[in-house]
Design a protein around this ligand. Structure first.
Ligand code: ZN
Length: 318
């Protein structure tokens, strides 16, 4: 296992798991201790290497992580059942693991064949920032949301004196939260893939901030948030889709929307549009601003959490 410098940090080559299992003292030979071991046996002829250390290893009730010896296998079972402190923790799914995986992807991207313009060679970039939205080569949209989340969290931290101010009404604090913090978070949200995973992430993010403002628990703010962030994003997206569909045919964003083909990908910007045949039909529906506003208001009045469980139920039934 060795560390190698890559663009933007260090990465570990070869994912060799560190072997932490118990080995008899013979493994000390690897550290140049063989001479000392030989001398020890020579000085103690009453001891027999075969008899006195042969027991190490397979049968004896010894914890393989902390090397503690137990009276019987039952004792060891209890120890393992309680969880040995020295047992290595799995890093799968952790923040560290995700960061390392991302670094590997960035390095892999850099190794791919390069594009040339004349004599100039273009650099391979794993991600690029476009109008405040991070576009990744991997296609996974979580990183873009994580970046905005970190930026908004920093803003939230700077306004801590407001959240702790007892002279301000809760309503005022929530308005400040929406205009000062959520505006930073949701910048460029039209480009997000609002998948179930990202919605869960945002729900937790919102709940942690709201809990600090309202004094309720994070769990309470997750189940029944004081301000429903997911709904506000989805309502804004639906309003935006209507706005783009009403634009002249030559406009770029309208053209981009017309490239969508059914079935739309999970969490696309068209996730809440009313039933329609193709996108042209949807554009016809959107022509009347008043009618589209009714659809948007309907979504605003709905309890999206209920709707989510209903659709899940339908999926289960089908
Ligand atoms: Zn142990």
């Amino acid at each position: 296992m060795e560390w190698k410098e890559v663009e933007g940090g260090w990465t570990r080559t070869g994912d060799v798991e560190e072997d932490r299992t118990w080995k008899p003292i013979h493994h000390l030979a690897g550290f140049g201790a063989q001479d000392s071991i030989d001398r020890f046996w020579a000085e103690h002829p009453e001891l027999n290497p075969e008899r006195n250390i042969a027991g190490f290893g397979s049968d004896e009730p010894r914890c393989q992580w902390c090397c503690k010896l137990f009276k019987n296998s039952h004792g060891m079972k209890i120890h393992l059942g309680r969880g040995c402190r020295h047992k290595p923790v799995s890093k799968k799914g952790s923040q560290t693991e995700r960061k390392i995986r991302r670094r590997k992807r960035v390095a892999a991207q850099a190794r791919l064949p390069k594009v040339r313009i004349g004599a100039a060679e273009l650099k391979n970039h794993f991600d690029s920032l476009l109008l405040g939205h991070s576009v990744e080569a991997g296609g996974e949209g979580t990183h873009a949301v994580e970046i905005r989340g970190a930026q908004a969290k920093s803003t939230f931290g700077k306004l801590m004196h407001l959240w702790d101010n007892d002279d301000l009404w809760l309503k005022t604090k929530l308005l400040l939260y929406q205009s000062g913090v959520l505006s930073v978070l949701t910048y460029g949200q039209e480009a997000w893939q609002l998948t179930e995973k990202i919605m869960t992430m945002l729900r937790g993010w919102n709940a942690r901030c709201l809990a600090r403002i309202t004094g309720r628990t994070v769990r309470e703010e997750t189940v029944d948030p004081t301000f429903d962030l997911i709904k506000s994003i989805r309502v804004r997206r639906l309003r935006w889709v209507g706005h783009v569909l009403r634009k002249p045919e030559a406009s770029l964003d309208r053209k981009a929307l017309f490239t969508y083909k059914r079935p739309y990908p999970e969490g696309s910007v068209l996730m809440d549009v009313p039933p329609h045949g193709d996108i042209q039909e949807l554009a016809t529906q959107a022509k009347s601003r008043e009618k589209w506003n009714v659809i948007v208001n309907q979504l605003n009045c709905q309890n999206l959490e209920c709707r989510r469980s209903e659709t899940r139920g339908e999926e289960d039934a089908s």
